[in-house]
Design a protein around this ligand. Structure first.
Ligand code: TXA
Ligand code: MG
Length: 361
């Protein structure tokens, strides 16, 4: 099924109302519209239309047992998509929305089972992006949307990434430039007591605990260390974000002294170069000079961002993973980061993307 995909460029802060109205009509009529959010681009369809939702799974090549996030623009819509929720959950959501936080809640009958893969819960989020909010408002329906990539690929942070994966398969791509955070929303399951982190994201779990005034459990799979328990989070079992180039992640327990990290990476780089392999290193700005000094032009060095600003690392991560395959290299080595704040999201994505993890003390 090939479509004539339209691309509309809009201003991220104040998108053209008429353009958004045209896109909203596609949603209402059962079409597929790719739209920007503050995290990554989403592949949207009317959440109340099972046939439109089915098309998402087909074009994304997504397993049908992996449920979608429902995007809303108001609390009125929240009550349409969930069954009754206690006051403490409402109070919490009022504090964190709109924002990069997805809440798993008991679903209402209005949400078709295609959206939730047959679960009796639904993942809901009110995005903090003027284009996304306007599109949902004008559509008049909640929008079911996964990240707008082919399943298993890094999530798209620019419209160009979407074009690479979904050109000719969707009706519209709304291009509002690079997304703000660059990693997908934090997901917490509020149907469990205490709540469980299903996926770390831009909203740090430390901050969420503070706002909730409750503990939030961080299972091993949310750190990217093991496969998810299917009962807790069906989608998390799938391999993700993987570049085609083999990627080796080198981790430390403690990141206060980075010399063991750089030594190990230089050793691995030398080993591979001596076998005739072309090597790239994904590094922090703090350590890039060390690699340059020891390896010169014998390795390609890609700086992700500063360890002092993990949001910069998160923002560049998926683009860097996609670009690896264009660098004409045989193997890539990537530094680990401290699992604090958004660093937890970075490590979750890196562990899932890598072919091998090496831990050094
Ligand atoms: O930032 C984001 O969350 C982006 C933008 C577009 O909003 N969306 C996104 O969607 O990352 P997706 O489909 O790539 O990831 C959603 C994850 C999946 O791993 C899925 O398994 C999980 O949310 N999920 C959805 N509904 C769930 C539910 N009812 N219970 C547990 N996990 C659920
Ligand atoms: Mg995804």
């Amino acid at each position: 099924m090939v479509k004539a995909t339209k691309i509309f460029k809009v201003n991220a802060e104040s998108p053209d109302e008429e353009v958004i109205e045209v896109c909203a009509r596609y949603i209402r009529e059962g079409g597929l519209v790719v739209f920007p959010t503050e995290t990554v681009y989403g592949l949207g369809a009317n959440a109340y239309n099972p046939n439109a939702v089915k098309k998402i799974f087909i074009v994304k090549q997504r397993p049908m047992d992996n449920p979608l996030i429902v995007h809303i623009a108001s609390f009125k819509q929240l009550y349409e998509v969930v069954s009754s929720i206690p006051a403490w959950i409402k109070d919490f959501l009022v504090k964190v929305w709109p924002g990069p936080l997805t809440a798993v809640l008991p679903k209402s009958k209005r949400i078709p089972s295609e959206v939730t893969a047959g679960l009796d819960t639904v993942a809901v989020r009110m995005p903090l992006h003027p284009v996304a909010l306007k599109l949902i408002e004008k559509s008049g329906v909640p929008i079911a949307a996964p990240s707008a990539n082919i399943s298993g690929r890094p999530s798209p942070t620019t419209a160009q990434h979407v074009v690479e994966d979904l050109w000719g398969k969707v009706d519209v791509i709304i291009d509002a430039g690079e997304t703000i955070f660059g990693v997908e929303s934090t997901i917490i399951d509020l149907t469990r007591e205490p709540p469980v982190l299903l996926r770390p994201g831009p909203y740090p779990v430390e901050k969420l605990r503070e706002i909730l005034g409750k503990n939030i459990i961080i299972p091993e799979f949310a750190r990217g260390l093991s496969e998810a328990d299917k009962a807790l989070s069906p989608g998390m079992k799938y391999r993700h974000y993987a570049p085609r180039t083999p990627l080796i992640l080198v981790e430390l327990k403690d990141y206060t002294d980075l010399s063991t990290l750089t030594l190990k990476i230089i050793e691995l780089a030398e080993e591979n170069i001596s076998k005739g392999k072309r090597v790239a290193i994904l590094s922090s700005s703090e350590t890039a000079k060390t690699y340059l000094k020891h390896l010169g032009k014998r390795a390609k060095i890609v700086v992700l961002g500063s360890r002092n600003n993990m949001y910069s690392v998160a923002k560049n991560l998926f683009k860097a993973l996609r670009d690896l395959d264009k660098l004409n290299i045989d193997i890539a080595l990537v530094e680990g980061f401290e699992e604090k704040g958004v660093g937890l999201a970075v490590m979750n994505r890196l562990r899932k993307a890598s072919t091998k993890i090496i831990a050094v003390d």
